[in-house]
Design a binder for this molecule. Sequence first.
Ligand code: ZN
Ligand code: ZN
Length: 324
Amino acid sequence: MDENQSKEWNYHPNLPLADSSPFTHLTEPMFLLNWIYKNWLSLSERILMVAVAIVLWFFVYPSLEETKDFHFSWIFEIYFINLTMMILVAGSLHYFFYIRKSQGNTLKFDKRDLTKNNRNFLFSDQVKDNMFWTLTSGVFLLTAFQVVTTWLMANGYVPVNNFSSNPVWFILVLIFLPIWSAFHFYWVHRLLHFPFLYKRYHALHHRNINIGPWSGLSMHPVEHLLYLSSFCIHWIIATHPIHLIFHVIWQGPAAAMTHSGYEDLLIKDKRRLALGTFYHQLHHRYFECNYGNQEMPWDRWFGTFHDGSERSTEETRARKKNMY
Ligand SMILES: [Zn+2]
Ligand SMILES: [Zn+2]
């Protein structure tokens, strides 16, 4: 067994997990510069998503002119684009990793395959169940938030930013959105772990102990509503439709990437695309830990950080016992 394998995991990154949050390194300029460089000045996943958002805005999604009044045609257009995008991203990741098994077990966290013949899942099949929740209320509510926000922007009911008049703000909002999303996700997610809400709404997502691309947006509709309420930020601060589309990609298809069950996509043995994080994989295995992600420091500050070690597992189990 090599150092990145263990009894529990087919693959894990070097442990204990390093603290990569920029918020715990605010007094270290080199760390912050490196964080900016990695995320925003190199060909990162974020830059890729912004590029896709720009193309979608100029060539695919309806313009603000067209969306001034609620009309079935443009609403359906947005719905259809989102449905296609979700099927393309989650579907191709699933096909690549779990049907063709093109990367074998390299960088795959869990030893087990996705679950079949298990009555906990709709149709007794994890993948079909996950597809169902993703493609019904997932895409529907993702679209609903986008439609309402686009309509608000088109009518000037919310502040709209323009790159040409304020490029600095435009860039700041791009950098801010993933941070906002991580902040919002942590708190909404903690709320969902209160036993009352957990049993009714969040347990559905957590039936996926071993996760795949379709698990990302596989949630109870109430969880969808809470998770996607992160879009309300566009009702408060000045943003551009490109920001909104970037945010849609971030909350929707990107959730399929982060739940793919593999750390990175390899092309010719080189890590080319960051996918799942061990951080969230630990949350799916041990539940009462790592409610947020690496971006925000909350888990570390509130003592719910699981760094992948035995000791963290024991602490998490003790916490779980106290909660229920
Ligand atoms: Zn959870
Ligand atoms: Zn998850």
